[in-house]
Design a protein around this ligand. Structure first.
Ligand code: FDA
Length: 497
């Protein structure tokens, strides 16, 4: 088609995009959301919308012919398998020094993530978003985000008795014996539903190991929260399997947006052009950074400033496993939804989620995803030879994260007389240091944009996702992404509409 005109076009349907869409729609503005992934509202031949973690299929990966599981090995054996190439839900996007996992589909990362919904400790906020008023965030926008997302915490009494949290109780006991505080981590999973799963009265989701490739029942993804409310206004249209490839100023004002409609094999079915008065970049840290870096370098948006593509970090993600003694079993059935963490941020720069290994068998393993204060920051750049955007993260830049995580796990191992697992990421490899789940930065607030996400150089262009945050949130990021989006869109609606 050609020439359709919309007042607001939002690129991406993750946290930032969903907040923008809901608040603009409630203000009476018609919003068109463009999402490269699928809508994830139709069951497959097995009757389920999403595939299980233990049996990945075509639905599981974005345009790959082989799975790329974050835990690549088990007892040293590679566990990846061939799958049909398809516009599946989890993208393992490879850059030269790091693989960045992201959700693809209506709901973005909320489709695939663990739902851990953590507000940073207030004393750490100044380092997370130095130019944002913390009083406003903690009095207004964090509470608004937590309410909008449906955040809750496990009932501690149920936690103490549930078989599916045996692994987390072992994690708590061992943390406390080494003198580390164990904290409950809130989540958007419906905790009442999980208790019913354990009681056997409803279909299982967390207790069936569902997480990485989508969750069929209990998780309150954005489809069930912000996007459902946005749809209820009648002012929001979503185009799934549509990928934005160009944004440039239109001669008559506003912006010309070029969009490829994708087939499920990734090929282009049609190319469409839309004109929009305002465009919100909400394609995620990597997605937005790639688009802006390309558009600046190739002359579509040459007036963007030199901060575009800078300040990217991995939230200090690093994974590891520990082997427990036979008297510390972690349970054959483990809830896929983590609910506790070990806080050694102030002393050691690490906050470690006690994570499940939902294999369905007893492994005597404890598994952790650590978020660390890694200081390294990478930059995106346009590679004219390949026609792609590169990221200059170096594999060796994870070493500070390993050192920080070791402040927790070396101590626990010494106290317990245990060792690291060396079979989960390869053969004799302790650290999962090749990946991140938490990309942040690339169009940093108050640098590439003003202090509310308005891109420098172009009125009517905004960034409203994780690319605004300069590389680290000290905890899992989506509550902060949501709260910052709530803050920014309120200002934009008041001042710019
Ligand atoms: P987000 O990535 O959510 O959304 C961007 C959307 O834009 C995607 O749907 C994408 O397909 C789309 N898009 C990109 N380019 C496009 C284009 N050119 N055209 C059209 N659409 C385009 N965080 C947390 O706080 N707690 C947790 O427990 C976890 N756990 C976790 C597990 C796993 C496996 C992953 C991969 C991630 C997490 N996260 C997490 C991270 C969290 O999911 C992430 O920080 C947010 O989803 C980022 O939100 P954004 O709004 O920035 O983008």
């Amino acid at each position: 088609g050609g020439g359709e005109h919309v007042p607001v076009l939002v690129i991406g349907t993750g946290y930032g995009g969903s907040v923008a869409a809901l608040r603009l729609a409630r203000a009476g503005v018609h919003v068109h959301m463009v999402e490269m992934g699928m809508s994830w509202d139709t069951p497959g031949s097995d009757g389920k919308i999403f595939a299980n973690t233990t049996s990945p299929d075509a639905r599981s990966y974005w345009l790959r012919t082989k799975t790329k599981q974050p835990l690549s090995n088990f007892f040293g054996f590679p566990i990846d398998r061939s799958i049909p190439r398809y516009t599946g839900i989890l993208d393992a996007e490879d850059f030269s020094g790091i693989t960045v996992y992201q959700g693809r589909g209506v709901g973005g990362g909320s489709l695939v993530n663990g739902g851990m919904a953590v507000t940073p400790r207030r004393e750490n906020f100044g380092a997370v978003l130095p130019t944002v008023n913390a009083d406003e965030m903690y009095s207004t926008y964090y509470p608004r985000a937590n309410a909008g997302l449906g955040v809750g915490t496990v009932d501690p009494a149920w936690f103490d008795s549930a078989d599916c949290y045996q692994y987390a109780r072992v994690g708590r006991k061992q943390a406390q014996r080494s003198g580390f505080p164990f904290v409950f981590v809130p989540d958007v999973y419906d905790w009442d539903y999980m208790e019913k799963e354990a009681a056997g009265t409803v279909p299982k989701s967390a207790l069936a190991g569902e997480i990485l490739y989508g969750n069929n029942y209990g998780k309150k993804s954005l489809q069930k929260t912000y996007l459902a409310q946005a749809a209820a206004t009648g002012n929001v249209t979503i185009s799934p399997l549509h990928k934005v490839t160009s944004v440039s100023p239109a001669s008559a004002g506003g912006y010309t947006v070029v969009i490829d409609q994708l087939r499920t094999d990734g090929s282009t079915e049609a190319t469409k052009t839309v004109t929009a008065d305002k465009v919100f970049f909400a394609a995620g840290s990597v997605g937005t950074s790639k688009l802006l870096t390309e558009f600046k370098a190739t002359g579509r948006l040459p007036g963007l400033n030199d901060e575009i593509g800078k300040g990217w970090g991995d939230n200090g993600n690093v994974m590891c496993g520990r082997a427990n003694h036979l008297w510390d079993p972690t349970g054959a059935v483990q809830s896929s939804i983590p609910c506790g963490g070990i806080d050694n941020w102030a002393a050691g720069g690490a906050f470690a989620e006690v994570a499940p290994l939902p294999t369905g068998i007893e492994t005597f393993a404890s598994f952790y995803l650590s978020i660390t204060k890694n200081p390294n920051r990478a930059q995106f750049s346009w590679n004219a030879a390949t026609g792609k955007v590169d990221l200059n993260w170096q594999a060796s830049w994870k070493q500070p994260s390993i050192d920080m995580a070791k402040t927790i796990f070396d101590k626990i191992n010494a106290k317990e007389g245990t060792i690291y697992r060396t079979d989960l990421f390869g053969v004799y490899k302790i650290w999962g240091d090749h990946l991140t789940y938490h990309p942040l930065g690339g169009a940093v607030l108050d640098r590439a944009t003003d202090n509310y996400g308005r891109l420098h150089g172009y009125s009517g262009l905004y960034v409203i996702d994780g690319s605004l945050i300069p590389g680290n949130t000290s905890v899992n990021p989506f509550v902060t992404i949501t709260a910052l989006a709530e803050r920014n869109i309120e200002k934009i609606i008041t001042a710019d509409l």
